[in-house]
Design a protein around this ligand. Structure first.
Ligand code: ADP
Ligand code: MG
Length: 290
């Protein structure tokens, strides 16, 4: 590959909002076999909103507990939950000793009782029985929603479900990648059923769900150990190690600074078609050289 051809390729990318960090990145991008996508904020808008509530003790009481533990968190789920809670009059007193457990939820003390808000498996690990709302939750998972389970002093007191919107370009991007002969895989911390519902809407058959932040890097390593050349697409703080581990890390320009710093390629817009375009461009660059 001549330096000139690489420069031309990188220039073309820049014109289309695809910022390629180095000649090496464009070189590796041409041989990518697997593209691994983070779900939230990458395939979806990353703007969840509460769409379902189950609160036997009343919505206002559930809102009060949730606001108290979630209001200190920057997590997109926490922000959506707090916006919903504030509409129901919650606010004011935050929980004491709030602890965020990455990939699982939050814990805090509200008026002397311990409140947990997070995923189902985490509450179960903490000894909370979740059968009470299993039917409601299953229906929400089936629609691809994220469910936040709430317990007070070890007892389930309610749940809220949140929906996120798919980016319109996600499905087209996956189709275009498949046409290039590339396998697409989705990673998420979400529940398996919710993840599969979203994946089928974008045309992805391979899903790794219930991942903790550190597990994403493990999935990339596993694929590389099988001899695959892997690109990872992500936007979040939690995605940074996986972006670095991937042969080609692709960050969404609207994402976090850490993701962008860890990436080889940055897409200026949140249009996911930038992913197949970047790979197509790298292939074209090398075809011309040969
Ligand atoms: P993702 O991989 O979708 O970006 P995370 O790794 O941040 O998600 O979190 C995984 C799961 O943990 C979420 O789907 C949610 O069920 C739970 N969770 C994480 N943080 C919170 C929070 N602040 N409040 C409620 N649930 C949370
Ligand atoms: Mg994300």
């Amino acid at each position: 590959a001549t330096p000139t051809a690489l420069m031309v390729g990188m220039g073309l990318g820049a014109e289309h909002g695809i910022l390629i960090r180095s000649g090496k990145a464009i070189q590796i991008a041409q041989s990518v076999q697997d593209v691994v996508f983070d779900k939230t904020g990458t395939l979806t808008e990353g703007k969840p909103r509460v769409v379902g509530v189950w609160a036997p003790g009343g919505e206002e009481e559930l809102a009060r507990l949730l606001w108290a533990v979630e209001s200190a968190s920057e997590h997109p789920l926490a922000r959506a939950v707090c916006a919903w809670a504030e509409e129901r009059g919650a606010g004011g007193a935050q929980a004491q000793g709030v602890e965020a457990v990455p990939g699982k939820g939050v814990r805090g003390v509200v008026g002397g009782s311990v409140v947990l808000a997070g995923r189902q498996e985490w509450l179960e690990e903490e000894g909370v029985a979740t059968e009470g709302f299993a039917g409601e939750a299953e229906a929400a998972y089936g629609r691809g929603e994220t469910v936040v389970w709430v317990a007070q002093d070890g007892r389930l007191v309610g749940l809220v479900s949140l929906a996120d919107t798919l980016k319109p370009s996600s499905k087209e991007a996956v189709e275009a990648l498949k046409e290039l002969g590339i396998r697409c895989i989705m990673l998420t911390g979400d529940n398996e059923r919710a993840a599969r519902a979203i994946a089928s809407q974008v045309g992805i058959d391979e899903v790794r769900a219930r991942l903790l932040p550190q597990d994403k890097i493990g999935v990339i390593r596993e694929l590389q150990a099988q001899g695959r050349v892997v690109a990872m697409v992500g936007d979040g703080i939690n995605d940074a190690p996986a972006l670095t581990q991937a042969d080609v890390g692709i960050a969404i320009g609207t994402g976090t600074d850490i993701a962008i710093e860890s990436a080889d390629i940055t897409l200026v817009s949140e249009n996911m078609l930038g992913v197949p375009r970047a790979i197509g461009l790298s292939r074209a660059t090398f075809r011309k050289i040969r």
